[in-house]
Design a protein around this ligand. Sequence first.
Ligand code: FES
Length: 120
Amino acid sequence: MPLITFSSPLHKDITVYAPAGSHKQTVLELAKEHHIPIDFGCGNGECGTCLVKVTRIDPHKPPLANPLTERELKVLKEMGKITQAEIDQMAVGNISSNPWRLACQMVVRDEDLLIEYPSR
Ligand code: FES
């Protein structure tokens, strides 16, 4: 089971186990389940309120998280957290090293992560 550490300058760090193999639970859902106060609004990838910074604990393993959704790309671009050049690189199959995600859109997979919030 992956270990997910939620870290915020405003709260104590909390590390939780994510259910193995669910491949459906978002970072925001996991946070809510463990009473971790990540801000959120729409819950649907449209408002950007749930912005988090994601660091993979083992950078030598390939990233497992779901690719950024179309909504995420649009919102992150509007927020200045991703450039069109990075989006173009991802479109041709290159893996992005951009750490910004929307917690309501990122699905937890079998990799250990550090999730930093609030991010702005
Ligand atoms: S809660 Fe609105 S984008 Fe995640």
